[in-house]
Design a protein around this ligand. Structure first.
Ligand code: DUT
Ligand code: MG
Length: 621
């Protein structure tokens, strides 16, 4: 109960900016709820007037219409009703207008009820979709500010399902539930008051079995709670299967994995069946049960009338009574579903708020220091870093002078990329400090820090936009001339111009409209536009042919002028002129020095170098 309250409070926080419409929706719901018994009252009054107009005074006919409504009836209408009554008592044809007007009361009240029901839903959904959109944006924004470590550990398809599915669920449930929360209790209370005023004894008799209704509602509520949570999980899993299958579709095809993937999809999709059906049962069983209980109640009333006799109500009274009893079903049914709806909404919202509560493992400093890396040395001091239990870097000490060209070499998995990730502050080391110009990078805002760095990585990520835009993303607002200059330096201008759409070519999802090497050159152009004092090249010339490589290499060297550059390369030929070469082995720097020194040392570097020297000619054969 307490957590339900805190859930409702969170929902209220979301809806608060839209409280005016929310209030209008609630008001319309209350009016629609009050109109419900009035529809019945009008119906029975008309019924009574038509079937037994007699000579009784008008007030007798209107006895089912609540007193406050009667008081509100203006004199004109009153006179007109009286005319209608007399017309019906004599010959209806004498005053057709009055009679038609009288009968028209029923659709008129119905119209009002329908109108307010519509406004009720309309306004509430109006507020709900806006509140949920805010939540969705907030969630996305929050996720975008989480650390690289978070994205490593979390499945992207699952995140997408949270932002789309869970919030959509929350929206439809909140919209529906708020409509039920207001309108149906008002309807129910209105009807009950009406019944108790008119037929207290019969009403109580018909209600004898009502307490039993609580049982199915309570029993099914609990089941829904469990299934709703699992359902969300399975949907997330389903999007995961899909995203893997779609992004990896070439591998799927090449290895004939279609049946395997389809099988996995089928299994996951089938897991949804059980939980969905449980929710269907929970939603649909209480309704008919309630109707059954209601019918039993009405049967009791008939038994009472048959055996106890007493004051048998007139037809129209009894008709009104039955109508009111049956009108109570729908709101009761809705209220019994409301519980299930709220439970489902909570399952969805728990997951959303859980994500919103995730804090970044890369805390921003409260008073960030300004940073300009131009002309500043970079120091790694006694760095120790591990992914969970797995130690990746140990005892790293490395000082890089401003403008130096540092090469990081070493076997795969030795921690080269990780070291540059520490400089970018994708992670914080467990021990040790990274300094730029003597300032601990943890004291600088990550935004400012990353503004100082341009990166070309192993996986050259392009966005599914035009080539121009992809280059421009290096530094937003960069001029057309700079974009072209950057492309020329990256040896990309030529192939870009050969494309029919030139710079307007959309690279396609994951850059499939351009080749691997072209993609890499666009990424280099992007790094060039960034014009940052620190450069990280992680296998930047990885997928270039020998000719382009030498040209891009020349471009990169031009780019490296005056910038501090970290260059990770497997092909040692590209880094021979580095100011410092750091040789990594199992997370440690085992050798440090210039090319010639390291060769003379006869150590790891020499071994790596000779291996390449020996194998390269063989490959060429
Ligand atoms: N590692 C993880 N989780 C990650 C990234 C890496 O556990 O998110 C591990 C794998 C590896 C070690 O850290 O054993 C170092 O990885 P890094 O990417 O730094 O290796 P590298 O030197 O850049 O290897 P490569 O030359 O293959 O790029
Ligand atoms: Mg790497």
């Amino acid at each position: 109960m307490a957590d339900m309250l805190s859930f409702l409070r969170k929902v209220w926080e979301l809806a608060r900016p839209y409280r005016v419409r929310l209030f209008l929706g609630v008001l319309a719901g209350a009016i629609a709820g009050i109109l419900e018994p009035l529809v019945i009252a009008a119906f029975t009054a008309v019924f009574h007037l038509i079937f037994s107009p007699g000579t009784e005074p008008l007030s007798r006919h209107l006895k089912n219409v609540p007193q406050f409504v009667q008081d509100a009836i203006p004199q004109v209408v009153w006179n007109w009703l009286e005319t209608a009554r007399q017309a019906l008592a004599g010959s209806a044809k004498a005053h057709p207008a009055a009679v038609i007007g009288l009968v028209a009361v029923i659709p008129a009240v119905m119209f009002l009820r329908g109108l307010f029901s519509y406004l009720n839903i309309y306004f509430l959904q109006w507020a709900a979709i806006r509140a949920i959109t805010d939540l969705r944006v907030r969630l996305f924004e929050h996720l975008m500010n989480l650390s690289a470590g978070f994205f490593n550990a979390t499945n992207s398809a699952e995140l997408m399902s949270r932002i789309t599915l869970d919030t959509t669920n929350l929206q439809s449930i909140i919209g529906n539930a708020t409509a039920v929360i207001v309108k149906d209790p008002v309807t129910l209370i209105g009807l009950l008051v009406y019944l108790l005023l008119k037929q207290p004894k019969l009403t109580l008799i018909s209600m004898v079995v009502m307490p039993l209704c609580v049982i199915p509602i309570a029993v099914y509520g609990r089941k829904v709670r469990r299934s709703a949570g699992s359902l969300q999980d399975h949907y997330a899993e389903l999007s995961n299967v899909m995203s893997e299958a779609f992004t990896g579709n070439r591998i799927v095809k090449a290895y004939n994995l279609e049946p395997t993937v389809v099988e996995r999809f089928r299994d996951t999709a089938r897991k949804l069946i059980g939980h969905t059906m449980r929710i269907v049962r929970a939603m649909e069983i209480p309704g008919p049960l309630l109707e059954l209980f209601g019918a039993v109640g009405v049967a009791f009333v008939f038994l009472y009338l048959a055996f106890a006799g007493g004051d048998r109500a007139s037809y129209s009274d009894f008709l009104g009574f039955l109508l009111a009893i049956f009108s109570m079903y729908r709101p009761i049914k809705n209220l019994s579903r409301l519980q299930n709806n709220l439970v489902q909404a909570r399952a969805a919202s728990d997951r959303i708020f859980e994500l919103l509560a995730t804090t970044s493992t890369i805390p921003e400093p409260a008073n960030p220091k300004p940073l300009s890396a131009v002309g500043k040395d970079i120091q790694f001091e006694n760095i120790k870093f591990a992914f969970g239990e797995k130690p990746v870097l140990q005892g790293i000490n490395l000082t890089v002078k401003a403008g130096q060209f540092v090469a990081l070499v070493g076997s795969t998995g030795s921690g080269k990329t990780t070291l540059t990730n520490l400089l970018l502050r994708f992670y914080d080391p467990q021990q040790g400090v990274v300094r730029i110009g003597g300032i601990d990078i943890r004291e600088v805002s990550t935004r400012e820090l990353r503004n100082q760095i341009a990166v070309v990585t192993q996986e050259t990520a392009l966005f599914n936009e035009t080539i121009r835009r992809n280059i421009e993303l290096g530094r937003l607002g960069v001029s057309e001339a700079e974009i072209i200059a950057a492309a020329q330096h990256a040896h990309a201008h030529g192939f870009i111009m050969e494309k029919p759409q030139g710079y307007e070519t959309v690279v396609g999802e994951r850059g499939v409209a351009v080749s691997g090497g072209q993609r890499q050159r666009i990424a280099i152009a992007r790094a060039i536009t960034r014009n940052a004092p620190i450069l990280i090249l992680d296998e930047a010339t990885n997928s270039l042919d020998a000719e382009s490589e030498s040209i891009v290499q020349a471009a990169l060297e031009e780019l490296m002028q005056g910038r501090t550059t970290f260059c990770i390369a497997h092909r040692l030929s590209t880094i021979q002129r580095a100011d410092v070469i750091a040789v990594f082995e199992q997370g440690r720097i085992v050798e440090l020095g210039r090319h010639a020194e390291l060769l003379n040392r006869n150590g790891v570097y020499r071994r790596l170098y000779e291996m390449q020297f020996r194998t390269e000619p063989e490959e060429a054969k």
